[in-house]
Design a binder for this molecule. Structure first.
Ligand code: SME
Length: 175
């Protein structure tokens, strides 16, 4: 099965845009995941995770390495699937709605740069298929952390008519 979410993210993400712009649109695509209540990014800065672009309820802003599911994915550099958050020791309950979750690290140059966190309001929502889909997305987004800084946005046509640009993408990629 093709990874439609990855196709949509590839269509929206551009290497001449700031990281926050790219991750914001990526979070909007991840929100199409069925039966979830929260999705977004935590970004590594100074050895901790900080809240990045997301969709859902307001969330915890700082997560220490090793704490909660996100901190564990950061520390172990490995995807974490938690079937029942109530049974996960040290789970950080940002939303009372969350029952299960998956956290996937975004790794560049051998270092975790960010994590993708998706939470569901039902137990046992995520499986190996979701792991595969989200790890592919994480692999693609990892490139955003290699290139330093923002380049000049050269697309004058898009600057002149930003609505036409996003409308075309929405039509082409069923967004
Ligand atoms: N569930 C996470 C905390 C972040 S929120 O769910 C948005 C955790 O335990 O790492």
């Amino acid at each position: 099965m093709e990874n439609k979410l990855l196709q949509q993210i590839k269509a929206l993400v551009k290497d001449d845009l700031p990281l926050v712009s790219n991750l914001s649109n990526a979070a909007a695509v991840l929100a199409n995941y069925e039966n979830i209540n929260w999705c977004g990014f935590y970004l590594v800065e100074g050895g901790s995770l900080y809240l990045g672009p997301f969709q859902g309820e307001p969330a915890c802003t700082i997560i220490a390495k090793g704490r909660g599911v996100c901190g564990k994915a950061f520390e172990e550099k490995k995807t974490q699937i938690v079937k029942n958050v109530k049974k996960f020791k040290g789970h950080i309950a940002c939303s009372t709605l969350s029952r299960s979750e998956i956290v996937v690290p975004i790794i560049s140059g051998g270092e975790v740069k960010a994590v993708i966190d998706v939470d569901a309001p039902v137990i046992n929502r995520f499986d190996d298929k979701d792991k595969e889909i989200l790890e592919e997305i994480a692999g693609f987004l990892a490139k955003l952390f290699i290139e330093g800084g923002v380049k000049e946005h050269h697309n004058q046509e898009e600057k002149d008519n930003p609505v036409a640009a996003i409308e075309k993408l929405k039509e082409d990629y069923d967004l």
